[in-house]
Ligand binder design. Structure first.
Ligand SMILES: Cc1cc2nc3c(=O)[nH]c(=O)nc-3n(C[C@H](O)[C@H](O)[C@H](O)COP(=O)(O)OP(=O)(O)OC[C@H]3O[C@@H](n4cnc5c(N)ncnc54)[C@H](O)[C@@H]3O)c2cc1C
Length: 413
């Protein structure tokens, strides 16, 4: 499809508006449902909604047609997202399935992986997750110790991963493992596509302070993987991981073209300062107005920066490293929002009380969770490092283990 044969954004918008009204269920009310211990129905619903989008010809808007998408532009996706406000959408599938994992496979996967995994996700048949962080630490990703050893044509995977978002609901995980211990840490890694239900995979869910069990930890014991599980080249997993981290920062920063629909998945209700002001009736308080003004100003700057930086990366005016700016600002804006909501809620906040305690309780839970925004998608300290080294050209952080064979690197005590 060329620019001249592509449907115009306006025509696409009108078609989407009519189709959504005819086919997609309306969202029920503003209030998020209580956090369910068993959220399997939410995931099943997300798959069904995705299947409805696919059947209607509105799934995978920015993915190429040969892998099941529509091959359209970010502007088409944005128009669809605007039109989808107020309808039920499969928001749970946006991140990490589409915006991180499918996006990474599109850049680095084999034809078969693109056709089967991206196509499977677009058709609403498969969910993807990421196996990157390990119990020994996530910031130094290249220092990971999960290993994959050759066994004839197969690979044998052993090790542990943690903080894997929604892995319990996923079918496949992108797993980075060490395949060569004789070279320096970035050069001996390989990315694998691991079936989450394969023999030898043990998965536990982790309960967070807000009660949600979104994260998992996994243990891999002699998991057998075929040669076709390798994404990219053997021992060149860092190239794949670098693309994955780029897509992760872009997604977390709010600039991914592969996100469809807006708002938070229903399992993670977020309270904004404006919600709390409306509920508390404190809109006339000068101190509250000052706090909310600060929040609104940063909120506006955040939105405009996302637009500007996304366009600049797309046109090549800024390097992909600029996604770190989006990631950093997203955390700053999110944390200011949590802080202001907490302050405005005032004495009404009973931390840990939860959604059932009304707006104050929800603001309290939001405050308890504020730190996750500066860790998920790589920590804000790591983003600052990237901005200083890659964008501002400042000296690189000292790393004595960068050029030595990994087997000689001292670990633990
Ligand atoms: C919401 C959320 C979703 C996540 N989803 C996933 C997922 O799906 N898959 C997955 O694999 N992981 C996931 N993670 C894990 C995430 O990638 C890690 O938490 C993150 O990379 C930091 O790693 P760590 O928690 O091990 O902290 P550490 O790496 O142990 O770091 C601890 C602290 O030290 C700081 N620090 C470390 N090194 C440096 C340095 N060189 N310079 C300056 N400061 C430094 C860090 O910034 C941090 O504040 C998720 C985390 C969150 C919160």
């Amino acid at each position: 499809m060329t620019e001249s044969t592509m449907e115009s954004v306006e025509s696409f918008r009108l078609r989407a508006r009519a189709w959504l009204a005819e086919n997609m269920p309306r969202q029920a009310g503003d209030e998020p449902p209580p956090l369910a211990e068993d959220d399997e129905p939410e995931w099943q619903r997300a798959r069904e909604l995705q299947q409805m989008l696919y059947a209607g010809g509105f799934a995978g808007i920015c993915f190429p047609q040969e892998y099941g998408g529509l091959g359209l532009t970010l502007a088409h996706q944005q128009a669809f997202t605007e039109e989808s406000d107020g309808y039920e959408m499969p928001l749970l599938l946006n991140t990490p399935t589409f915006s991180i994992c499918a996006a990474t496979l599109l850049d680095t996967g084999s034809e078969e992986q693109k056709r089967d995994r991206i196509g499977g996700a677009i058709r609403g048949e498969e969910i993807l997750c990421q196996f990157l962080s390990e119990p020994s630490g996530g910031s130094d990703l290249a220092g990971l110790i999960t290993r994959a050893d050759r066994d004839g044509d197969n690979w044998i995977l052993n090790g542990a991963k943690t903080w894997s978002t929604s892995a319990y609901a996923a079918d496949w995980g992108l797993c980075l493992a060490r395949t060569n211990w004789d070279v320096s840490k970035h050069r001996g890694l390989t990315m694998f596509l691991v079936p989450t239900k394969a023999p030898g995979v043990t998965m536990n869910r982790i309960r967070m302070v807000n009660g949600v069990r979104e994260f998992c930890e996994e243990f891999f014991d002699d998991v057998v993987l075929p040669a076709s599980a390798v994404v990219g080249e053997v021992d060149d997993g860092w190239t794949v991981a670098s693309r994955q981290l780029f897509h992760e920062r872009t997604a977390v920063g709010g600039g991914s073209p592969y996100v469809s629909g807006r708002g938070h998945p229903r399992t993670l209700p977020k309270v904004t300062p404006l919600d709390v002001v409306r509920a508390s009736g404190r809109a006339g308080d000068p101190r509250v107005r000052e706090l909310v003004g600060e929040y609104l100003a940063l909120h506006r700057v955040h939105g405009q920066t996302v637009d500007r930086v996304t366009r600049a990366i797309g046109s090549g005016a800024l390097s992909p490293a600029a996604a770190s700016m989006l990631r950093l600002l997203h955390a700053e804006a999110g944390q200011l929002s949590d802080d202001v909501a907490f302050k405005v809620a005032g004495a009404g906040v009973a931390t840990g009380a939860g959604a059932e305690q009304g707006m104050g309780g929800r603001a309290g839970v939001g405050y308890l969770m504020r730190q996750s925004g500066s860790l998920g998608g790589g920590s804000t300290e790591m983003s600052r490092n990237l901005i200083s080294e890659r964008l501002l050209g400042m000296p690189r952080e000292a790393a004595p283990d960068r050029d030595v064979p990994f087997k000689q690197v001292k670990r633990g005590r």
